[in-house]
Design a protein around this ligand. Structure first.
Ligand code: BGP
Length: 472
C-alpha cells in the first residue's frame, strides 16, 4: 500500500449536517425527499409540505456536533475524512453572483478542525445537494445553464479552500441516473423530474453531457487554482456478472456493465466511446453537443477515479430466470446471484467483487483509484448500552482483505479507502436511520426522535486497531 495511504471515513453533507435552513442555506433537492423504506420508495414533493417528514432536515445534527465527531474520527486514527460541500449553503438560490459568506465560513471551520488532527479533507462538490431553486428555474441538468452555475460554485470553493483541500470529486455516483425506473436517481444526480411519456434515456444522456462538460472544465480550472489539486470523478461501481457461461449471458453482462463504465470512460479518457455513439445513432438521438464541449471534455480528464462499492449484480438473458425487480440498489433486469449472501436490504455481499472492480478500472484507465465508499448497512441492536456489530467488522475485513490483494498482488495504484457512513447517516436510498453504517451509533430513530447522542460501536475499536496496524 502507498506509504501515505488515506484510511478514513465518508459521509455527505445532506445525510449528516441537518441545519437545512441555518446560516443562510437554501433548500437543496435532498430537503424535498420524504422518508421511505426498503419497500416504499422516497417521495419527491413540490417544495417542503406541511405534515410530511423530511429526514435530511435534521440529518444527525453534524452542523452542530462536527467538532465532537471529528474528535472521534481522530481517536480512530483517520488519515482523511470525506464529505461534501452543500451547494445550497454557498449559493442558496443557485444562481446568485456572490456566495453566502456564512456558508463559506462553516466549511472553513470544518476544514480547520480536521487539520487540527492532521486529517485530510476529501471533498465532493455535488453529492445530491443541488439548490432546489435550480430545479424550478431551469429543470436541473436538463438545461445547459447549469454548467455555468456549477462552475461558479466550484470556482468559489476551490479558490476559498485552495490551501485546505487537496482532494476533490465532481459529481457523486454520476452513473446512478442510468437506473431509469426509480425517479430518485435522476432527481438526486441531476435535479430531473421525468415528465409523462418522455424518453428518459435521452434526457439522462443529455444531462450527463452537460455534467461531463462542467466536470472537465472544473478539472482544468482547478489545476490553475492549485496545480497540486487531485480532482476525481465519482461512480457507483457495481460489477455485472453473467448469470451463466452461456454466450448470451456473457454478451448481455458486457452491455449492462457499459452503462456504468460509460461515465468513467468519458471522465477518464476525455471522449465518447464508440459503443455509445452507435447507441445514439440506433436510437436517433440528436443531443446538444458542440465541438467546444468536446474540446473541454478532452482537456479535462480526471486525476483519479473515486468510486463506491457495495455489491455486485448478475444478469441473465433467459426470461425464465427470476428478476430481482425494481431494486433500489441495482437495475430492474438483474437476478439473484446464488453464490452470494445478501444484506437485509437485498445487496449482495461480494468482497471479491471489490478486487474485480479495482482490476477492471485500473486495467481500463491506468490512473490512481480511490475507494470512497464501502460499507455495511444494518439495523444495529443496542445491548447493555453497547453495539456488538461483528457482522460489520466481518464485512469490512473481508472487503479490505480483497482490496489489499488488488494492490499488493495485482499492482493497482490505490490512494485510499473511506468507509461509507463512518458515523450513522440518514440513508440516501430509503431515508431511514435503521439502515446504520457507522463505527459511531447516533441515537436518532426513523421518525426523527432520539437524543442524537454518539456511542462508539465495537467496530470503532476494530477500525482504530486496523488503521494503526496498516499505517506502520
Ligand atoms: C451511495 C451514496 C451515499 C450513501 C450510500 C449508501 O449511493 O453515494 O450517499 O447513501 O449509497 O446507500 P444508502 O444510504 O441508500 O444505504
Amino acid at each position: 500500500m502507498r506509504k501515505d495511504f488515506l484510511w478514513g471515513g465518508a459521509v455527505a453533507a445532506h445525510q449528516v449536517e441537518g441545519a437545512y435552513q441555518t446560516g443562510g442555506k437554501g433548500l437543496s433537492i435532498a430537503d424535498v425527499m420524504t422518508a421511505g423504506s426498503r419497500e416504499q420508495a422516497r417521495r419527491i414533493t413540490a417544495g417542503v409540505l406541511e405534515g410530511e417528514y423530511y429526514p435530511n432536515h435534521e440529518g444527525i445534527r453534524f452542523y452542530e456536533h462536527y467538532k465532537e465527531d471529528i474528535r472521534l474520527f481522530a481517536e480512530m486514527g483517520f488519515k482523511c475524512f470525506r464529505t461534501s460541500i452543500a451547494w445550497s449553503r454557498i449559493f442558496p438560490q443557485g444562481d446568485e453572483e456572490t456566495p453566502n459568506e456564512e456558508g463559506l465560513r462553516f466549511y472553513d471551520d470544518l476544514f480547520d478542525e480536521l487539520h487540527k488532527y492532521q486529517i485530510e479533507p476529501v471533498i465532493t462538490l455535488s453529492h445530491f445537494e443541488m439548490p432546489y431553486e435550480l430545479v424550478k428555474k431551469c429543470g436541473g441538468w436538463r438545461s445547459r445553464e447549469m454548467i455555468g452555475h456549477f462552475i461558479r460554485f466550484a470556482q468559489t470553493v476551490m479558490e476559498r479552500y485552495k490551501e485546505k483541500v487537496k482532494y476533490w470529486m465532481t459529481f457523486n455516483e454520476i452513473n446512478n441516473q442510468m437506473i431509469l425506473t426509480n425517479n430518485i436517481y435522476a432527481f438526486t444526480n441531476s435535479g430531473i423530474l421525468f415528465e409523462e411519456g418522455e424518453d428518459r434515456l435521452k434526457t439522462v444522456y443529455q444531462a450527463a453531457h452537460y455534467e461531463f462538460v462542467a466536470s472537465a472544465e472544473v478539472v482544468r480550472m482547478g489545476h490553475e487554482i492549485n496545480p497540486d489539486f487531485m480532482i476525481g470523478c465519482m461512480v457507483a461501481a457495481t460489477p455485472v456478472y453473467a448469470y451463466s457461461c452461456h454466450p448470451d449471458d456473457v454478451l448481455l453482462a458486457q452491455r449492462e456493465d457499459r452503462k456504468n463504465l460509460f461515465f468513467a470512460d468519458v471522465h477518464a479518457r476525455g471522449h465518447y466511446p464508440a459503443y455509445v455513439k452507435k447507441e445514439w445513432e440506433r436510437l436517433g438521438y440528436q443531443l446538444d453537443i458542440t465541438k467546444e464541449d468536446l474540446e473541454i471534455i478532452r482537456k479535462g480528464c480526471v486525476d483519479y477515479i473515486g468510486f463506491s462499492y457495495y455489491l455486485s449484480s448478475a444478469i441473465s438473458a433467459d426470461p425464465k430466470v427470476k428478476k430481482l425487480g425494481d431494486d433500489l440498489a441495482a437495475g430492474t433486469d438483474t437476478v439473484e446471484n446464488p453464490y452470494l449472501p445478501m444484506t437485509p436490504w437485498g445487496w449482495a455481499i461480494d468482497p471479491k467483487g471489490l478486487r474485480y472492480i479495482l482490476n477492471q478500472y485500473y486495467d481500463r484507465y491506468e490512473v490512481p483509484l480511490f475507494v470512497v465508499e464501502n460499507g455495511f448497512g444494518f439495523e444495529d441492536v443496542m445491548e447493555d448500552g453497547q453495539i456488538h456489530d461483528q457482522n460489520r467488522i466481518e464485512y469490512l475485513s473481508d472487503h479490505i482483505r480483497e482490496m489489499v490483494k488488488a494492490v499488493e498482488e495485482d499492482g493497482v495504484d490505490l490512494l485510499g479507502y473511506t468507509v461509507w457512513g463512518c458515523i450513522d447517516p440518514v440513508s440516501f436510498g430509503t431515508g431511514e436511520m435503521r439502515k446504520r453504517y457507522g463505527f459511531i451509533y447516533v441515537d436518532k430513530k426513523d421518525d426523527g426522535s432520539g437524543t442524537y447522542e454518539r456511542i462508539r460501536k465495537d467496530s470503532f475499536y476494530w477500525y482504530q486497531e486496523l488503521i494503526n496496524k496498516m499505517s506502520k
